[in-house]
Design a protein around this ligand. Structure first.
Ligand code: G3P
Length: 217
């Protein structure tokens, strides 16, 4: 499963890239606003940190303007992935862009039928939002399992990108189901490294090592 960072914070992206485990980045208008940075500038800088896909979202609601925005965004770098909402105009834009060889991430997916449409529109990635489903009282991971089943039934090449990940259990469940990608806030990705028994184990080993009076270097 690929790991994308769901952030526009450059320091966090650099830190994750340094682990060697970062496969891409996703942004959205809220994350850009939170960064306080210029959209084009920060996206260009992110594209320079990772070779993986960097999702940059259009803000227009109609197909024609979405295409114009996509044209501007895809010039930023070769690894820009155009993010479009799961609407009629969004999927029209998705079809036009993917037919032309551009990567597209269809976002704001909340049902398996919507994911089916995104796949038929040739999406590179579909982003089902699990955390917002949970917030709404339904299990977001059930949606991921349904999409996996449907995509496997028809051999769709669209990658399931689990979004709105809020905690490490979402990551575990995504991997169990066989999602292709998960995008999470940096703090969730860093939390994956943590286990209290790992820390305790290191502490114990080092204590015993000290008693030997030896050093490796
Ligand atoms: O980038 C889309 C998604 O990951 C947003 O997550 O936490 O705002 O629901 P959240």
């Amino acid at each position: 499963m690929k790991f994308f960072a769901d952030t526009a914070d450059l320091d966090d992206i650099r830190e994750l890239a340094a682990t060697g485990l970062l496969d891409g980045v996703t942004t959205n208008p809220s994350l850009i606003a939170k960064s306080g940075r210029d959209f084009m500038e920060v996206t260009r800088e992110i594209c320079g940190i990772t070779d993986g896909p960097v999702s940059a979202e259009v803000v227009a609601l109609d197909h024609e303007t979405m295409m114009k925005e996509a044209e501007v965004l895809r010039k930023i770098a070769d690894n820009v992935c155009i993010k479009v909402p799961l609407t009629v105009d969004g999927l029209k834009t998705c079809k036009a862009l993917t037919d032309d060889g551009t990567m597209v991430n269809v976002t704001l997916c909340f049902s398996a039928n919507q994911a089916l449409l995104a796949a038929k529109a040739g999406a590179t990635f579909v982003s089902p939002f699990v955390g917002r489903h949970d917030d709404n009282g339904t299990d977001g991971m059930d949606l991921i399992a349904d999409i996996r089943l449907i995509y496997d039934n028809y051999d769709f090449g669209t990658q399931i990108l689990v979004a709105s990940v809020r905690h490490v259990v979402h990551v575990l469940e995504s991997a169990r189901i066989g999602a292709d990608v998960m995008t999470a806030p940096p703090k969730v990705i860093m939390a994956l490294f943590k286990h209290v028994l790992t820390d305790k184990g290191i502490e114990g080993f080092l204590k015993d090592w000290e008693t030997t009076g030896q050093s490796i270097l």
